[in-house]
Design a protein around this ligand. Sequence first.
Ligand code: TLP
Length: 348
Amino acid sequence: MKTNKILDFRSDTVTLPTDEMRAAMAVAPVGDDVYKEDPTVNRLQQISAEITGMDAALLVPSGTMGNLASLLAHCQRGQEIIVGRKAHIFLYEAAGAAALGGINIQTIPNQPDGTLKLEDIQAAIRPKDEHQPITRLVALENTHNRCNGISLSPEYTRQVADFVHARNLILHIDGARIFNAAIDLNVSVAQLASPADSVTFCLSKGLSAPVGSVICGSEEFIYKAHRIRKQLGGGMRQAGILAAAGIVALENMVERLEEDHRNARLLALGLAEIPSIAINPAEQHTNMVYFSLIEGSPVSLKVFREQLASAGLLVSGGPDRIRMVTHAWVDQSHVEQAIKIITTLAPH
Ligand code: TLP
């Protein structure tokens, strides 16, 4: 089904459901999931809990809702979470935790490898003082999107979990792409997720399901999150139609992420050959490739992006960087075509 004429490297969110997903969706047994009676949703949740090494799981419509419901389940109004300055929760979730939960967000630097330094976490924890917010939770992101898609190791995650728990705080992981991390590091998702109190992962990014994310944690946490999902309007009734695709995603689409990582590597190496492109291939990780134009370039990144789009190559990014993400709907030949287009259009 790889028939796209446009080369779409904007994100792995653009992946379309596979034929096998569509077939599974068509025959999925369903029920009312708000009553917890959808057998396919229940199965997806059970598989998800097992994979992450957690007790329970809950299907939610999106990664954003997964993080938000998790934060709302863990935190009270007036409490504070500590996240990296480049965290998706801080940058791209429309301040949902603040707007809907009265939760203060304190940021600390992300190291280039996506980690948060323990001493920075320590310094950010509030003293017991009625003038200040109450520190409640620390969130990590794995893989780390804005840190070039880098994976956080199980050892680091365990270290942060121990550190956080010793201070009576909670650890949440935004694991939108935790399957990419597991494949990258050749470890299980449970090794990456289970040290935390909760994790969100996405079915509709590299894993190609049409819709859906899952949050996992203790029975008590999921009980609270279920109610919050309802409050947020995320109770989806016969969601087994979506869960069926999610199950195919978990069963068939994980191992192939390796191919996306290989293609991203090829792409980064190809771009490094182009004199006017600024990229350090050592900074390419998993399925993300970030690059820029060298200093003094006659065109802005915005204009360059538009030129690429006119030539049929879609990329994403902000004013300072272009991002290209490899996924199941781009193969090696698409990567080669993309390199050709960029080589032709890059300023000479
Ligand atoms: N990220 C999207 C954009 O929002 C930037 C993308 O194209 O990468 N956590 C992380 C680390 C994410 O990268 C994303 C999506 C989410 C959460 C939110 O997932 P959705 O889009 O399902 O709400």
